[in-house]
Structures are given as C-alpha cells and as structure tokens.
Design a protein around this ligand. Structure first.
Ligand code: CKU
Length: 598
C-alpha cells in the first residue's frame, strides 16, 4: 500500500483544498547547477510559466521547445492558521520526475510523469505566513524509467529527448496543484465492490484511516436523500431499487465517509459513486451482466499551446465529440490521464481502458515502421530491466490506487506494444501482472496492447491477459495504398490464426487508422487523403464483423497530435478522426453512422 493518499482533493466540513494553479516562476537548468547554487530557496532568474501547462509550446525558440534536462518551478502561497492540521501538496503530475522543496527544505522525490505527487509539508510550513514551494523537475528518458527512450547529445553539446514512442515528450507541471489541509486523523483511502441482487444492490466498502475512531458511511442519491448507511471501516451499504451506472447512461450516487468520535466529525471525505459490475465471460464484455461492444478511440492528452496539460474546455469538447460520434469507450493511451478525465467519464457514462506509461519497450524511435517487419525483437535482456520492472510495478500500484473507484474504469492496460516474443519478455510481464492482480478490489480485467510482431505463433505474453487488445495497421504500415486488397487478405489470415487458438476471450482493436490530411481529397483515393481513411475503415470493419470474438474497436486516434519531428510525421501524427482543434474529418461521419447501430 502507498504511504501517501492519492484521493482527489475535496472541500468538506473537515478538509480544504486550495488550487495553486496560475503563473509560477520557471527556469531551465542547462548546466544542472540549481542544487549547488541553492535554487531550492528561490530561483535567481526566472520567467513566468503557466501551471498547468507543458512548457514546450509556449515558447517561440527551438531550444526551449525541445529542452531536455532539469528545469525548476517556484510559487509562493499564503497558509492561514490551520492549527495542528496536516498540510499537503498534491500535484496531479510532474513530468517525468521531481523533487519538491518547501521553504528550502527537501520534502519528497517522485518518479513518473503521469501520476500524482503527494507530499506532507506540515513540518516545513509557517502558519499565517507566506511560504515558498520550489520544484526541481527533469524530463530525460531512459530504458530504466517509463516511458522508455534515451537522451541524445548533439555535437553542439545540447541534449535532446529520443523517445522510443510516437508522441512529443511534453513536460512540466501539466496538471493542477492543490494545497490541502486535513485532520491529522484522516481517511487515506477506500475501496468499493458491487453485487447486484435483483433490483437491489450491495455496495461493499472498506475505508482506510490512520486512527482508532469509528468510521461511518452514508450513500446519498442524486437528490441528496440518504439511501443507505453503515457503521464500521468495513461494511455493506444495501441499496433498494438501485439506479445502476450504465454505459452512456450514468447514475452517480454520493458516498460520504466520516471518522466520528461520538457526535464529533473528525474527518469527512465525499466522492461520486457509480454502482455497476464488470465481468468477462467467454468472448463477451459484460457491464451489469449485459454485453457491451466497445466503440471509440485511443486518445492523447494533447492540444495546441498547452501541450499535454489538462484543460476543462478541451476535455468538454472531446466528450461532446465522442458523444456526437456515438462512442462509448476510450483508452488512455499511453499513460494515465489527469484525474478530471475519469471524473467526466464517470458523469458521461464512458468506459475507460486505463493505461500505464509502459510504452517504448522496443528500443526504437520508429517501432511503428520497423517492428512490423520483424525488427527489434529484443528488449528485456539488458541490465536496466530490474530497475525498469521496479518502476513499472510501482506505477501500476499508483495507477490502480488512484483510479480504482471510478465506475468508468473497466480495465487496466499494463503495456503498449512491447517486444513480446522472448522468454525474458514473458518473465518480465508475468512479474508485472502478478504484482497487479491483488491490487484491484474489483478484480477488473487486465490487459495490454499488442503490436504486429506479437503474432499468435510468436507472442509469449498474451496468455497473461484477460482479453486481447490488438494494434493493427493492415492497409497503412502493411500493404497500404494500391495494395489495400492484400491488406484485407493478410488481416484475415492473422485473425484466422488467432481464431484457431480458440482463446475464448474478447478481442478489442485498440489501434487501427491512417494518417489523413484534413485538406486532402482525391478520387480515387490515395494514402493520406480523407477518402482513403474512409475506405480503410470500411475494409477493417468488414474484417471485424466476420469474427464473433471481436468485441470492440477503438480507432487510432481520436485527434491529430504532436510527435517528435521526423520524415514520417508532418507536424505530428495525422491519424485523428478529428483534427487537432477538434473538427471532424470525413471518416468521423463514417464512424458516427456505423456506431449509431452497433
Ligand atoms: C501509432 C506499431 C504500431 C504503434 N502504434 C503506437 C502509437 O503510439 C503510434 O502513434 C502506432 C502510429 O504509428 O500512428
């Protein structure tokens, strides 16, 4: 169990959460001299930097945009007299790692750029006074941390990130920061599990606290009426005529948890709660015991100017586009997203495949081209693997702890497109899956996304998965353009070989798509034109519809997104069904029509 609480900050009668978003001081540290020059006490020279935001696209020069190395943030905040309460800072994420200092004192180090950094600063803060938080961050990539990559040094001496993955290495404080005060005796975590009993439902819960006093749980309906109550840190809330959380028809109750000392409320935490079950039975995905076919996208957190930062306006637009197109699911490719994405999915009734940043385990900056031809078949044989595995397991633990209570999360994806054909790969992922299994109280299905090298005869890893996720580009990386009819034959050949394995699990396509320019039309179609994207999808659908065990289609990608520059990318990856500013390409109408009745 984590030794800090990842619960999303809330304001209740017992807790306060104050946003520290806004302009922070910011400085690059090219020479890595910040610590020796005492920057933890304040940055000597700085510019203003918005938080949350990636730093890259707010600048107008190459060197700043592509900066790789250490960089620092600073912010002053006033803390009122809060008595002997516990004071914490919670960063939604700092990419990819950071050390936090408060009033010059080192507080914590956190590895991993897509999960919360939470630290107890009680002993470092002054009450009724101005305090200073300084964050030393770093965005270098390596083969020992997630996501994988390396750092390239130019002849000029400048460092550049060399990602083994296809998205820009956006970095910074990309999610909201909260100053939290809460009682010393507090609720640090809770779990929920659901059992449907005819029209009723049981909500089994467990609350974790750091004290001895009693716990009380109350469930309220949408109107605020109490529908069930229970005393004890562990118990059951019996709900009569339960409103279920359904796909694209969500109902959220409010769970109120309190620590009580007689009549006195010591701590109080509140959170939305959706009652639903998830199960895989044979080749079906069941939500509330009803089969669901997954329709939607692999996404990215990506937008003009703000990079990978969370923004409510962009997220709202994305959900409106996904509703318009009749989608019901997305994958948080290739890293856990900001908390707010899951909160909105809970409200809107979307299913989420929640993915860890285990991407790039193929030692190639262009695995999307080379791996399809059988290259890069080793990765898990090097001496960085034990450290990588340690980081991988820790991040899986942090992700499940953060996201386990969201009704929208129906599965955890523990990798994207690694090398899977060796015994070493099998042993590595066996260790990851074994570590993950006991962590989820709801025992949701575990999976991972497989690329083309992971063929039925070669892949050593698929038996670990509860359902199969395939990323396939028949008609793009394989037999694209004039050869497209062969693409379909090759695709069917592979699917027939999977069918022959008779795995009796659902298969979901978690990537398929074509780069498409929103300005290019051509009759007959040509690769990169909108007409080609439409035809490619139609051909893929005819294959999907031939196999009963295919139970979902998440296209690549929801929207165009930024990548590293290179000869394969024209100002980014253009496989969006929507443009980067969220306007539909013509295939959006093809999908909308198909998904209306699917
Ligand atoms: C996508 C071999 C397929 C890899 N897949 C990963 C994803 O991150 C890329 O953006 C392919 C692509 O090439 O568009």
């Amino acid at each position: 169990m984590l030794d800090y609480s990842v619960l999303f900050p809330v304001n209740t009668t017992a807790r306060s959460a104050v946003s520290l978003d806004g302009m922070w001081k910011f400085s690059f540290d090219k020479e890595g001299k910040g610590c020796s020059e005492n920057w933890m006490n304040g940055l000597p020279a700085s510019v203003q930097m918005p938080v949350p935001a990636s730093f890259s696209d707010v600048f107008t020069d190459h060197e700043s945009r592509d900066y790789c190395g250490d960089f620092w943030y600073e912010k002053e905040f006033f803390l009122h007299d809060c008595g002997d309460r516990r004071v914490e800072l919670r960063f939604g994420s700092v990419t990819h790692r950071c050390t936090v200092f408060v009033n010059g004192k080192e507080i914590c180090f956190h590895e991993g750029g897509f999960l919360p950094v939470v630290c107890d600063i009680t002993d470092a803060v002054k009450k009724n006074a101005v305090n200073k938080v300084v964050v030393k961050a770093n965005n270098e990539l390596s083969e020992a941390t997630l996501p994988c990559g390396s750092v390239k040094e130019l002849m000029s001496g400048r460092k550049l990130a060399a990602p083994y993955f296809d998205f820009f290495n956006y970095s910074g404080i990309q999610r909201s920061v909260y100053l939290v005060t809460k009682p010393q005796e507090n609720i640090s975590d809770y779990d929920t599990c659901f059992e449907l009993k005819g029209a009723d439902a049981d909500v089994h819960y467990q609350v974790y606290t750091n004290g001895v006093h009693d716990v009380h749980a109350v469930l309220k309906d949408r109107e605020g009426n109490t529908v069930a109550e229970s005393a004890g840190a562990k118990g059951t809330l019996h709900v009569e005529n339960a409103h279920l959380w359904k796909v694209r028809n969500a109902y959220l109750y409010t769970l109120v948890l309190e620590i009580r000392d007689g009549e006195t409320v010591i701590d109080r935490y509140e959170s939305p709660l959706g009652i639903r079950t998830i199960r895989i039975e044979g080749t079906k995905i069941l939500v509330n015991d009803e089969p669901v076919y997954l329709k939607g996208f692999g996404k990215h957190e990506d937008f003009e100017v703000i990079g990978r930062a969370f923004n409510y306006g962009v997220a709202k637009r994305d959900y409106e586009c996904m509703k318009w197109i009749n989608a019901n699911c997305f994958r948080t490719s290739h890293y856990p997203y900001a908390d707010e994405w899951y909160q909105l999915a809970d409200e809107e009734g979307f299913l989420i495949i929640d993915e860890i940043p285990a991407v790039g385990m193929m030692r190639s900056t262009r695995n999307f081209v080379k791996a399809g031809t059988g290259g890069f078949t080793h990765f898990f044989e090097t001496d960085t693997v034990p450290e990588l595995l340690k980081n991988h397991k820790l991040q899986v633990e942090e992700m499940i702890a953060r996201d386990k209570n969201h009704p929208s999360v129906f599965s955890f994806s523990l990798f994207n497109e690694p090398e899977t054909t060796s015994k070493e790969a099998h042993d590595y992922f066996k260790a990851v899956f074994d570590a993950a299994r006991p962590l989820d109280p709801q025992k949701r299905p575990l999976t991972g996304a497989f690329e083309k090298n992971s063929q039925p005869e070669l892949c050593q890893v698929y038996p670990l998965c509860d359902f199969m996720c395939l990323n396939r580009y028949y008609g793009w990386y394989i037999s694209g353009g004039p050869e497209i009819e062969d693409a379909e034959l090759k695709f069917r050949d592979e699917m027939n070989r999977w069918a022959a394995k008779d795995l009796n699990v659902p298969f979901v396509f978690t990537e398929f798509g074509t780069d498409t320019m929103d300005t290019l039309h051509k009759l007959p179609s040509i690769m990169w034109s909108q007409e080609y994207q439409d035809e490619y999808y139609e051909r893929n659908f005819s294959v999907f519809d031939s196999y009963d065990f295919i139970q979902g289609e998440l296209t690549w990608n929801f929207a165009d997104f930024q990548t590293t520059e290179g000869i394969f990318r024209v100002n980014g990856n253009k496989k969006g069904v929507f443009t980067r500013n969220r306007q539909p390409k013509s295939s959006a109408f093809v999908l909308k029509k198909r998904w209306e009745n699917k």
